[in-house]
Design a protein around this ligand. Structure first.
Ligand code: CA
Length: 334
C-alpha cells in the first residue's frame, strides 16, 4: 500500500510499507516512490481519499456549534496553512524585516555622519582651549659670512613621523641663508634643512634629500611667517607663507630620526654643529621657532600667523631656557 508523507517542495514521497506498526509508522524494508508535480494536481491522484490532500491545500476550520437563537455561531480555529501560504507569508515577513534593516542602517549612517561632525567640532574646541599665546623670543644674527653665530637647541629631538615647523623671519640677506638645520648621528646632515635661496625662494630638505623648492612673493626687509610641514602618513609636504598655503606636494621619504642636533642660523654639514660654512650663515632675526609633531590645519596655521595662538601640543619650542647662544648670536624678548 502507499503511505502518504509530508510534501517536499511540490513533491510527494510515498513509501511502500510491508508492515504498518500500531503507531502508524513504517518499518524498515520500504521502497520509496517520489512523485513530483504541483501539489494541487497531486490531490487528484488515483486511490487517494482526498482527506489528506485537502489538509495540504488548507482546510477551513470546523465551524462551532450554533449559539443560542439570535446569536451567531462561533467560528472554529483556522485549518493548517498550506506550504504556499507559508511561503507567501515568509516573503512578506522577510521583506518587512529587510525594510526595517534598511531604515536602521540609514539611521546608523546618519548618526555616524553626525558623530563625525560633532567629533571634529569638539576637537576644534579642545584645540582652542589648548591653544595659547605662542612662546616668543627673537634671536638676532647680526653678522654676515661667519661660522660662529648660531642658536642650538639643548634638549632631545624626538622622532617625527609628521611635523609642522613654524617661525618668523626678518632679513635682507638672501644668499643661501640657512634658517633651520637638523643633523643626525647617522650621517644625515640635512635630516631637516630650511634654507633661503633668495628673497623669493626657499629649499626644503628631508632625510638628506632636497625634496622641494618653494617660490613666493618677496619677504625682503619685512617680517614673514613661514611654516613647512610633512607627513609620512599622507606622503605629502607643503609650505605656508604668511598664512597663505603654497600647496601640498608628494613626498616619498620616511620619518625624521630623533636624537640629532638642531641649530638656527647656520647649515650643519655634520652632526653636532660640524663643518659650518660662512657662505651659508643667516643674517637677520628669527622669532618663535616651534615644531608640532603633526600637520597643523590651515585654520591653526592662520591662528598661529595672525592671532599668535599656538596649539599646545608642540614637540619643541626654542625658548631661552632651552637653547644655547653661540658667537655673537643674541636675543630680545617681544
Ligand atoms: Ca653646508
Amino acid at each position: 500500500m502507499l503511505q502518504k508523507l509530508l510534501p517536499i517542495t511540490g513533491c510527494l514521497i510515498f513509501i511502500s510499507c510491508k508492515h504498518i506498526l500500531a503507531t502508524g509508522g513504517c518499518q524498515s524494508n520500504t521502497n520509496q516512490v517520489q512523485i513530483c508535480a504541483p501539489v494541487s494536481s497531486l490531490s487528484a491522484l488515483p486511490g487517494d481519499s482526498g482527506d489528506f490532500f485537502s489538509q495540504l491545500n488548507g482546510r477551513a476550520g470546523v465551524r462551532g456549534k450554533a449559539g443560542p437563537k439570535g446569536e451567531k455561531g462561533i467560528r472554529g480555529p483556522p485549518g493548517p496553512r498550506t506550504e504556499n501560504e507559508n511561503e507567501c507569508n515568509c516573503n512578506e515577513e522577510l521583506e518587512r524585516l529587510r525594510n526595517e534593516i534598511r531604515q536602521f542602517t540609514a539611521l546608523v549612517n546618519v548618526n555616524e555622519y553626525n558623530c563625525s561632525e560633532e567629533l571634529e567640532s569638539l576637537r576644534n574646541e579642545i584645540r582652542q582651549v589648548n591653544a595659547d599665546g605662542c612662546p616668543s623670543v627673537i634671536f638676532n644674527f647680526s653678522r654676515l659670512n661667519q661660522i660662529t653665530d648660531y642658536v642650538r637647541y639643548r634638549h632631545y629631538v624626538p622622532q617625527l613621523n609628521s611635523a609642522t615647523i613654524c617661525m618668523w623671519v626678518h632679513t635682507s640677506d638672501f644668499t643661501d641663508s640657512s634658517l633651520f638645520s637638523y643633523a643626525t648621528r647617522s650621517g644625515h646632515a640635512n635630516e631637516i634643512l630650511i634654507i633661503l635661496r633668495n628673497s623669493r625662494r626657499i629649499s626644503f630638505f628631508l632625510e638628506n634629500k632636497r625634496v622641494k623648492d618653494f617660490t613666493f612673493s618677496s619677504m625682503m626687509n619685512q617680517w614673514a611667517h613661514l611654516c613647512v610641514w610633512f607627513s609620512t602618513r599622507t606622503s605629502q609636504l607643503g609650505v605656508y607663507i604668511n598664512g597663505n598655503n603654497l600647496g601640498s606636494f608628494p613626498y616619498t621619504g620616511g620619518y625624521v630620526r630623533g636624537g640629532g642636533s638642531l641649530i638656527l642660523g647656520q647649515d650643519q654639514d655634520q652632526f653636532d654643529a660640524g663643518d659650518l660654512q660662512a657662505s651659508q650663515a643667516f643674517s637677520g632675526q628669527i622669532s618663535s621657532p616651534i615644531i608640532w609633531p603633526r600637520v597643523l590645519t590651515a585654520s591653526e596655521i592662520s591662528d598661529v600667523t595672525h592671532r599668535c595662538i599656538c596649539p599646545r601640543d608642540y614637540a619643541i619650542t626654542m625658548t631661552l631656557d632651552k637653547v644655547e647662544l653661540h658667537g655673537t648670536a643674541g636675543y630680545r624678548m617681544e
